[in-house]
Design a protein. Structure first.
Length: 280
């Protein structure tokens, strides 16, 4: 039987998910399909209600639907319940369930890029306090991070994270960013600053320890200015594309029954789609 899944959002034309899942379907010889479906916000409830009827095993959910989808499905695990968003919906016994794979995708990307690196007892500095930050914070707390400093332009958003995830979260004003970099074992940009078409991320890296790992969840461009500057200073850097690929793993497993691998060939395929001039 042919199984099918999809990604939904509004807009959705930018999504690389069909390339990722299409690669895995071909690689594992699975009779299935994965498509891109634009769903306006006002049609989301009806679309999800008819998802199984239309023959889908589930779907990925991207902006602006993650919070609304959370309210429309059964929540599969406590970690997702704490986040208030889902990015992966799957069908079981005629019901729709939802989970979030962003946090595990982030941690898996770190582990793949830096074998042996552990979050336990590390000090993490995060720039931004949006939805992606919540998933990453949840995963890092579960991994035992000792101190998570969050610098955000709206401090109240960072305060919400401390309320929801505990006293290891340390909110800071955006103006304190350069100072708190001195504590970082891991620096993460979760804002859209530095993304293609967005304003630059203008921070001084002078206080950043040379031992700190720097990562960015932005993957267009493949190497953001933050990563380029950190690499020039001698820091280990991890591009955002890894998180995109690793967050897709569990959804594929839920829909098609095989846990796929994130390989160099897959990375190169998606990297070339983002930047035709990419060379490993």
């Amino acid at each position: 039987m042919t199984r099918k899944a999809c990604v939904i959002g509004w807009p959705i034309s930018h999504s690389r998910s069909p390339l990722i899942h299409g690669y895995w379907l071909r690689h594992y010889g699975i009779a299935g399909s994965y498509e891109r479906i634009p769903v306006p916000p006002e049609e989301l409830s009806d679309f999800l209600a008819r998802l199984v009827q239309r023959g889908f095993a589930g779907c990925n959910v991207t902006l602006p639907h993650k919070e609304a989808a959370f309210r429309a499905v059964r929540i599969a695990d406590g970690a997702t319940g704490r986040l208030g968003v889902v990015n992966t919906v799957f069908a079981r016994d005629g019901e729709l369930w939802g989970t979030s794979t962003d946090g595990e995708g982030f941690v898996a990307s770190l582990a793949a890029s830096l074998p042996g690196w552990r979050a336990k007892d590390q000090t993490v500095v995060i720039l931004g306090a949006g939805g992606a930050t919540r998933a990453i914070v949840g995963a890092l707390v579960d991994q035992g991070s000792g101190r998570i400093i969050i610098a955000n332009r709206t401090r109240a958003r960072a305060e919400e994270l401390r309320r929801d995830f505990g006293s290891s979260i340390e909110p800071r004003d955006w103006t304190e960013t350069s100072d708190v970099l001195g504590f970082a074992d891991l620096l993460i940009n979760t804002t859209s600053l530095g993304m293609t078409g967005q304003p630059a991320l203008e921070i001084d890296l002078g206080n950043l320890p040379k031992s700190a790992v720097v990562t960015d969840i932005v993957y267009t461009p493949l190497e953001t200015d933050l990563l380029r500057r950190a690499r020039t200073l001698g820091n280990a850097t991890i591009p955002g594309l890894g998180m995109l690929l690793h967050q897709a793993v569990r959804g594929f497993e839920l829909w098609f029954g095989i846990r796929p691998e994130v390989t160099a060939d897959l990375y190169d395929l998606i990297a070339r789609d983002i930047d035709p001039g990419y060379r490993r």
